[in-house]
Design a protein around this ligand. Structure first.
Ligand code: ARG
Length: 408
């Protein structure tokens, strides 16, 4: 069924996707490899040369960092998108972009198929497949790893048999995915949820106990909901994220250890490192508390949870996502200002904020006698606010102090 078909494969240069190239070629397909730079760091090998050597008809290496930041990470920052209230979704944000780029190359070379190296147990397969269906329903998605059911040793044997270079470095027991916005580490000893991650798990962060004894202060400047400067220096989003990763990571900020609910029903144990993501979202949320009304903040919290879920679930290119983006964008018009954070041994604590359109008003809030707040009006307000409670107590004789739930 793949005979003579052009297939564009998301290629990482690693063993899995290298084997995919061969697998496709052996089925008579014409494989094209696409390596995308989402800020995951330099590839260890000459990916283009490697793909061609294995049997790709052509191979492309493209830098998508700016697009990733502007079109995927930026809206997620505005939406404070954290899955399960914790995970900043960097992998989930990268997948729809990779799928979109696969489709782009498919159009360039006239391919009818796209392919990815995801297994059948994770979320990534869903994101690739659903994104492709959403933006290019005429294309067929192939997932060789999901279909072939090869064990690791079988895969190695297959690679050896076909002259595919096997990484000589000592194989890490972990499964890692990384981009500019974070790094995820799964599998191996981490599958025991009671096992504390050992130092070899981490690359972007130092252990909090080994972080400098002196705190580091950083100032993030925001404009309409997005960070635009670091310590007064204006930076594009990609550079700002890269620098914040380095600074916050050096202070042990950004580690997450969580049990996560995958879309396919599995609970999985995940370790994440995302110093910039947590620092920026923490600061952004704080600036919102200064500049948005109570009503907007409360409603937005519901939108944020839904936004995180749909991102996680591969529904990036959907009408709901579009509509929520419009809501979020509307809320961000006044979210401008600076947030000062103290980075210290694993924590990024907001210690100051200023905003030209701050709703915080010191004259109102101050306990000084010259406050502009009308305290006399408070008494009348409370009389009406408490009216239903007073009414109920009058009729029923007051609510008992101990709640039934705490009674023995
Ligand atoms: N659990 C995270 C997610 O679903 C990270 C997945 C990492 N993917 C990978 N192929 N290692 O977004």
């Amino acid at each position: 069924m793949l005979e003579g078909k052009k297939v564009v494969l998301a290629y990482s240069g690693g063993l899995d996707t290298s084997v995919c190239v061969k697998w496709l070629e052996q089925r008579g397909a014409e494989p094209y490899a696409l390596y995308l730079d989402l800020g995951q760091g330099e590839p260890e090998v000459d990916v283009k040369g490697k793909a061609l050597k294995i049997g790709a008809a052509d191979a492309f290496v493209r830098d998508a960092k700016t697009e990733f930041c502007e079109e995927y990470v930026a809206p997620a920052i505005k939406a404070n998108a954290l899955y399960g209230g914790k995970y900043p979704l960097f992998t989930a944000l990268g997948r729809p972009l990779i799928a979109k780029k696969l489709v782009e190359v498919a159009r360039e070379v006239g391919a009818t198929h796209v392919a990815h190296g995801s297994t059948g147990k994770g979320n990534d397969q869903v994101r690739f497949d659903v994104t492709t269906a959403s933006i290019a329903p005429d294309l067929t998605v192939v997932a060789p790893v999901r279909d072939w059911n090869m064990s690791r040793p079988e895969e190695m044997a297959y690679a050896e048999e076909h002259g595919i270079p096997i990484p000589v470095t000592k194989k890490s027991p972990y499964s890692v995915d990384a981009n500019l916005f974070g790094r995820s580490i799964e599998a191996g000893p981490l599958e025991d949820p009671n096992h504390e991650p050992t130092p070899d798990v981490y690359e972007m962060t130092v252990a909090p106990e080994e972080a400098p004894d002196e705190p580091r202060y950083v100032e993030l400047g925001f404009e309409e909901g997005l960070p635009v400067s670091l310590d007064g220096e204006e930076l594009g989003l990609a550079d700002l994220i890269a620098e914040t990763n380095a600074i916050a990571g050096a202070h042990g900020v950004g580690r997450i250890d969580m049990i996560e609910d995958r879309l396919v029903g599995i609970k999985s144990r995940e370790i994440y490192e995302c110093p910039a993501a947590l620092t920026i979202i923490g600061a952004h949320k704080e600036l919102e508390t200064m500049t948005l009304t109570k009503d907007v903040l409360r409603f937005k919290a519901q939108v944020e949870a839904r936004y995180a879920e749909l991102t996680y679930d591969g529904l990036w290119f959907t009408p709901l996502k579009r509509a929520l983006d419009a809501f979020v964008a509307e809320t961000q018009k006044t979210v401008t200002g600076t947030v000062r954070l103290k980075l210290y041994k694993g924590s990024a604590t907001v210690v100051g904020r200023t905003a030209p359109k701050a709703l915080y008003n010191k004259e109102l809030a101050t306990y000084d006698p010259n406050s502009t707040f009308d305290e006399a009006a408070a008494a009348g307000f409370i009389a009406l606010w408490g009216l239903p409670a007073r009414q109920w107590a009058g009729v029923n004789g007051g609510i008992e102090e101990e709640s039934p739930a705490t009674k023995p």
